[in-house]
Ligand binder design. Sequence first.
Ligand code: COA
Length: 175
Amino acid sequence: MAVSIAGRACRLRQWFGSDAEALVPLANDPYIARYLSHVFPQPYTRADADRWIRAQGLAETVGQFAIEVGGELAGGVGFHIGSGERVGTASIGYWLGRRFWGKGVMTEAVQIATQWAFDTLRVRRVWANVMGPNIGSSRVLEKAGYALEGRMNAAICDRRGMIHDEFIYGRMRPN
Ligand SMILES: CC(C)(COP(=O)(O)OP(=O)(O)OC[C@H]1O[C@@H](n2cnc3c(N)ncnc32)[C@H](O)[C@@H]1OP(=O)(O)O)[C@@H](O)C(=O)NCCC(=O)NCCS
């Protein structure tokens, strides 16, 4: 799946084997992993990067994009496509290297990726779950047109063992 979608602040494209080297120092950062699912490795090693790149192209990694800023790898955004009782839906996840934070990059990346999911996957619903203290992520979703749909009390344990509420955000395909 060769995809390249350019925005004002960033570009989304497929992952390349040549991304592995730049991926490790970007992703190997506890501030990035802090409020991510524990499936995101931390520390993040070259073996993790190679495994991620190798997985691209498999059915379960459809809809995974590298985020480029100024021609440089900056992070990732992607979908977990629902099946069974969740058919027709996809959940979105995203992260950005710390030096790219605070410039509107992820707001744009989530907007572009969500539009791609509606147009290409034809899902009726895209949703995200956010750990309570991750205010930046909640703000990104709100700016990208997602609505706060629910709050699950004490649903999440972060990597340091702290318990947090979890917020559920959703956006529906308009047509
Ligand atoms: C959360 C994250 C994706 C934000 O990306 P970003 O590109 O810095 O976000 P943007 O620049 O598009 O900011 C969007 C809004 O969020 C606000 N924001 C961003 N980080 C914030 C923070 N830590 N605290 C409070 N507000 C924050 C911005 O001010 C902006 O709001 P505004 O326009 O009203 O000022 C980024 O910090 C990140 O990758 N964190 C680690 C991984 C992660 O948590 N992913 C999400 C898992 S659910």
